[in-house]
Design a protein around this ligand. Structure first.
Ligand SMILES: [Fe+2]
Ligand SMILES: [Fe+2]
Ligand SMILES: [Fe+2]
Length: 314
């Protein structure tokens, strides 16, 4: 039992670091605008998302809860090549931590998983080293720390609208992924993961627009509704979609920059679709539950009691 707890703790630390790497790399990629390097960095961020996913699944299999906290994101560095050096450093920390965890963990299946992730990190370290060298050769907009970009020339309200969208998208990505990780109904989980991937696109589109007008996306989440029965989780997700569809509709009206309207409209329409998909899933779950009750066997799966949905971190 002690072994299991120690293993879960190590996997949770790995999850927090993967989470930080995803956000750090995405912000570095967005800041580069449309470029070959940005594409390469986003591909690395997608590898880290897969790692995040695998670690969460391993934790759930061991009886733990996926850890949605995030380790520190390093946004320092005033030139792109300097930022890449931070990413090389992040990979080096990951490499030594995975080596250490592989040594300390006894479970052969988890050792194998971490070994698989480790080989990705080694290749990322080489990738970032190469990208840093390429970027050092290219002209840039001049030294500026990302957090100091302000979109000074853009309409402030438009900046706020994009930023609000970014925070919403990041929040639902985390919420839907968490629900996917803990949801015993595999098909519902798969659908939640699909929508989370769509929300990642939204996050990217909004962030790229914000960079385009001279700003910098702050990727922080708002309140998350994580715990509850499957039915309660879906209800929370439906509520999130309803609220954001209404917000986007209001923001589309308020935008000063007409060119942003088609993008926000497209995202809003996706949210309406998500809400409908979640409604269908909730209805199916409800029917399955009713059948289960008729057969006199409660459908409630072990380990998922009907607790009140809780908010962490608001
Ligand atoms: Fe990596
Ligand atoms: Fe979205
Ligand atoms: Fe959505």
């Amino acid at each position: 039992v002690d072994d299991t707890i120690a293993t879960i703790e190590m996997l949770s630390a790995d999850m927090r670091d993967e989470h930080a790497a995803i956000i750090q790399y995405l912000q570095h990629a967005y800041a580069l605008g449309e470029s070959g390097e940005a594409c390469e960095i986003e591909a690395i961020a997608r590898d880290e998302m897969r790692h995040f996913d695998w670690l969460a699944e391993a934790i759930v299999e061991l009886g733990g809860k996926p850890d949605l906290d995030r380790a520190a994101v390093d946004l320092s560095g005033s030139l792109p090549a300097e930022r890449m050096a931070r990413d090389v450093a992040a990979e080096e920390r990951a490499i030594s931590q995975y080596r250490d965890h592989i040594e300390r963990i006894a479970d052969p299946k988890i050792k194998r998983l971490l070994g698989r992730i480790l080989s990705d990190e080694e290749s990322h370290r080489a990738d970032f080293t190469g990208i840093a060298a390429e970027l050092a050769e290219e002209p840039t907009e001049g030294p500026i720390v990302l957090a100091e970009r302000t979109a000074a020339g853009a309409h402030p309200h438009d900046v706020d609208i994009l930023q609000a969208g970014i925070e919403h998208e990041y929040s639902v990505i985390l919420q839907y992924l968490y629900h996917d990780f803990v949801m015993p109904e595999c098909e519902v989980g798969r659908e939640l993961e699909m929508q989370a991937i769509n929300e990642m696109q939204h996050l990217g589109w909004l962030s790229e627009e914000l960079v385009e007008i001279g700003g910098h996306p702050r990727i922080e989440h708002t309140g998350l509704s994580l715990e509850g029965s499957s039915q309660e989780m879906l209800e929370a997700d439906i509520e999130a979609e309803n609220a954001v569809a209404a917000t986007y509709t209001r923001h589309i009206e308020q935008l000063e920059n007409e060119e942003l309207k088609p993008l926000l409209t497209r995202i809003r329409d996706h949210e309406i679709y998500h809400e409908e998909v979640f409604q269908d899933l909730a209805a199916e779950l409800h029917d399955a539950g009713a059948e289960g009750a008729e057969a006199d066997s409660p459908p409630e799966p072990e380990g998922h009691s009907f607790t009140v949905g809780s908010l962490i971190k608001d």
